[in-house]
Design a protein around this ligand. Structure first.
Ligand code: PLP
Length: 470
């Protein structure tokens, strides 16, 4: 039997050693079958503020803030202290039978930030479990209300809602479903609301009309009595930072209300400061959802926590139904985790005490510095809100043809950026940027300069190799 000392030499932190261990034993997210279970990914050793340091001691700006989550930045002492203190006070209690103080206080503070009437929260372990909880709640709600056929869920092409079975079934990005099973029979998909890819000759207003009419026609065709929920990210994140056209959200929300379709906003990325507000649904997009899912920035990635805010009226309706004993048989061992909730409270303090304000102020500089990249021929569009932006590369900006070598482009830009000290998150032909909210103007300039140089080098390479005409 192996003893602890047999592993002592594995703790030496050498990059090659760590990567080799992972390659031999660690199954990493989103692998391809050609390298599954045998993949070496770059080793990140430490983080500080907006930077991470890689295996070779190279300091890089954390362009995607981990996975859009390290909102208060790396190595925040106050958060670390809260984790320690909470672990020493109460590291765990069963949410089945008991309540802890941090989760109760956090529920009140989140309800105060959420749109009026969205006054309850169910805590989960992350974003997928938050989406899963929202969907299962919709099913339960309709069962108790005596309309068990009202269960279909409307999602959109380009969406990403998670990796558990039901949440994953909602995903609409290219390749997400190619080799995976899903609850296809329970999900309907609408067109991705990407104004940049709207049909040629259609105005942006016309595009909004088209998208809303498509939803209306779907409801008419399928029947409102069969559709339980609509779910959408206010801004599609990993689908390429898709900002829907003006007027889209209020009209989609109104259609849901008219048809008693629960309107779920998936704010796993957009909440907790990314767009300068704790929740963006009402503060940025002017709508009051029935449910808001969140995760990531709620703890700035320091502890796995997520949740779903739920309109209080839905509970009222359930309490008044004829089924007092109908059980919402749903709960997670780590629901309302005291350490996660304590971290979230401190994280919220930091947002309220200046980071939200800072984000709202600095984001115009961030957006304008990145927008300026549109003068490069390889860049089709730069778009975003707050500290969230997407740079979409194209071969031919005039006809908007996607680049034949889309996959290459993102990878190449990423490689050059890393050499120059910036981590980006390449998504096929797109780079998405969502740095820690603590970023300052100088650091934004550095980030934009590196991106520009990397895109220019990539353009030159593609032309030189005869892959692109320029
Ligand atoms: N919803 C959205 C909008 C996301 O971007 C993600 C993850 O990126 C999820 C849900 C899933 O969250 P998690 O990975 O924490 O399960």
């Amino acid at each position: 039997m192996a003893a602890k000392r047999d592993y002592d030499d594995l703790n030496d932190n050498t990059p090659g050693g760590i990567e080799a261990l992972a390659e031999q034993h660690l199954v990493q997210p989103w692998p391809v079958s050609g390298s599954i279970g045998a993949e070496a990914r770059g080793f990140i050793e430490s983080g500080e503020g907006i930077y991470v340091t890689d295996a070779h001691g190279k300091k890089l700006i954390d362009g995607p803030a981990g996975m859009w989550c390290v909102n208060v930045g790396h190595r925040n002492r106050e958060i670390a202290q809260v984790m320690f203190d909470q672990a020493m006070a109460l590291s765990y209690n069963s949410p089945w039978y008991t309540t802890n103080q941090p989760s109760a206080v956090l529920s009140k503070r989140l309800a105060d930030h959420a749109p009026e009437g969205v006054g309850h929260v169910f805590f989960t372990t992350g974003g997928s479990s938050a989406v899963e909880t929202g969907l299962r709640f919709m099913q339960f709600y309709n069962n108790v209300k005596g309309r068990p056929e009202k269960k279909l869920i409307v999602s959109r092409e380009g969406a990403y809602h998670g990796s558990t079975y039901f949440a994953g079934s909602l995903n609409g990005r290219p390749r997400d479903q190619d080799w995976m099973d899903s609850a296809r029979d329970q999900v309907l998909k609408l067109t991705c609301p990407n104004p940049f890819r709207r049909p040629a000759g259609m105005s942006e207003e016309g595009f909004t009309d088209f998208l809303v009419e498509e939803f209306r026609a779907l409801i008419e065709k399928v029947g409102a009595e069969k559709i339980g929920a609509f779910i959408g990210e206010p801004i599609m994140a990993s689908g390429g930072v898709i900002v829907p056209p003006t007027g889209y959200w209020p009209r989609m929300r109104a259609l849901c209300a008219e048809n008693e379709i629960l309107f779920i906003m998936d704010e796993v990325v957009t909440a907790f400061g990314r767009l300068g507000h704790v929740f963006s649904a009402e503060d940025v997009f002017g709508v009051r959802p029935d449910m808001i899912t969140f995760a990531k920035g709620v703890t700035s990635g320091y502890f796995p926590l997520g949740g779903v805010m739920i309109a209080s009226r839905l509970f009222e309706e359930l309490r008044q139904s004829n089924h007092n004993d109908a059980m919402f048989a749903h709960g997670l061992t780590y629901s309302s985790h005291p350490i996660g909730c304590a971290v979230a409270l401190k994280n919220l303090d930091l947002l309220e005490e200046g980071l939200l304000e800072h984000t709202r102020t600095i984001s115009s500089h961030f957006q304008s510095r990145l927008k300026a990249l549109e003068d490069l021929p390889l860049v089709g569009e730069v778009r975003g809100v707050g500290l969230m932006a997407g740079i979409e590369c194209v071969a031919d900006p005039i006809s908007n043809n996607p680049l034949a070598l889309d996959l290459e482009v993102g990878k190449r830009i990423d490689k050059h950026c890393q050499e120059m000290g910036l981590l980006v998150r390449p998504l096929i032909n797109m780079c998405v940027m969502s740095p820690p909210l603590t970023i300052n103007a100088e650091q934004i300039d550095e980030m934009a300069d590196i991106l520009r140089r990397s895109i220019v080098i990539t353009q030159d390479e593609l032309v030189r190799e005869g892959l692109w005409k320029g």
